[in-house]
Design a protein around this ligand. Structure first.
Ligand code: HSE
Length: 308
């Protein structure tokens, strides 16, 4: 049997929290996504190379992909060396799971090259070793959907539940070109929340899961409520009240902060509505002369995978 000498992996951007499930809910997007290249080399260990337009630290322990890949390769007994070319398309600090995409692509690539044949849930802890480099924490709300695709829910014990994918949802992602550090975005959150808010939030998440399983994809949009986190982070988001008003007026059925920001996500019923929402958001950004990126996309049922 021929051994695999090289491979190319695609990994998706992801939206964490989705309003209803802080630190537990997330979904994979069909776009944007990014590619990572892997090559067998004689010298043992992980060797990092920056692809075009990418300027990441090449020290393995300081690099999300490097750390995740090294962690998995070590667990597999360091059978050979792997050169990884990292090309970032999902911009770091965007709030759409840039580090998770790197961590997940790294473990999927090493698994493929070593022909280890590991299950996705077995790869998760190694990807989290990489995610920890970026965020200082082992949050799986971006990593799990980047690895499994679709929408995932992580329970407090770390069990990952794959939820039915609302394939009719059209998503608009707005990425204003400002930096909000995750640590800063977490620092504004209260340590305690009122019991009534916690109860209502649990009910919204329960209803979301119910609607997804019942196939009520439109109803599920209306369960994307955020009582616990969004209100505290709103002040960090540029022109947030205007964005909310504009997106709702243009037809967005739900929306909120993507992960810890600065990106936001907006859920629409069809491509036409999404296009109107994107135009309205662009109008707000342009009125304030704020550089931004917009992505019109849907959920990806596939997580990171080998493309060649
Ligand atoms: N759930 C995390 C947060 C996502 O909102 O802070 C960012 O890692």
């Amino acid at each position: 049997m021929r051994t695999m000498e090289s491979c190319r992996v695609w990994a998706p951007a992801t939206v964490a929290n989705l309003n209803a499930g802080f630190d537990s809910l997330g979904c994979a997007l069909a776009a944007p996504g990014e590619f990572m290249e892997f090559k067998r080399v004689a010298e043992p260990g992980i060797h990092l190379v920056n692809g075009p337009g990418t300027h990441l630290p090449l020290d393995v322990d300081a690099n999300v992909a490097g750390k995740a890949a090294a962690s998995l390769l070590r667990a597999l007994g360091d059978p050979f060396g792997v050169e990884i070319t990292v090309t970032k398309s999902i911009l770091p600090g965007s709030g759409i799971g840039s580090s998770a995409a790197s961590a997940v692509a790294a473990v999927v690539g090493v698994d493929a090259l070593t022909e280890a044949g590991m299950r996705r849930d077995e790869l998760l802890p190694f990807a989290l070793d990489g995610e920890e480099v970026a965020s200082g924490a082992r949050h799986a709300d971006n990593v799990a959907p980047a690895l499994l695709g679709g929408m995932t829910l992580i329970d407090p014990s770390g069990k990952v539940c794959a939820l039915p994918v609302p394939s009719s949802w059209h998503m608009v992602i707005l990425h204003p070109q400002v930096v909000i550090k995750t640590a800063e975005s977490r620092a504004v959150l209260p340590a305690q929340v009122p019991l009534s808010d916690a109860v209502h939030q649990a009910a919204w998440l329960g209803r979301l899961v119910h609607d997804l399983h019942a196939g009520n994809e439109l109803e599920a949009m209306y369960a994307l409520e955020d009582l616990l986190v969004g209100p505290h982070r709103a002040a960090l988001m540029p022109h947030w009240a205007e964005c909310q008003t504009a997106a709702r007026a243009a037809g967005a059925r739900a929306g909120g902060i993507s992960g810890s920001g600065p990106s936001s996500f907006w859920v629409c019923r069809n491509a036409e509505e999404a296009s109107d929402v994107a135009a309205s958001l662009a109008h707000v950004m342009n009125a304030h002369a704020l550089d931004h990126h917009l992505h019109l996309t849907q959920l990806s049922t596939q997580g990171a995978h080998v493309v060649s």
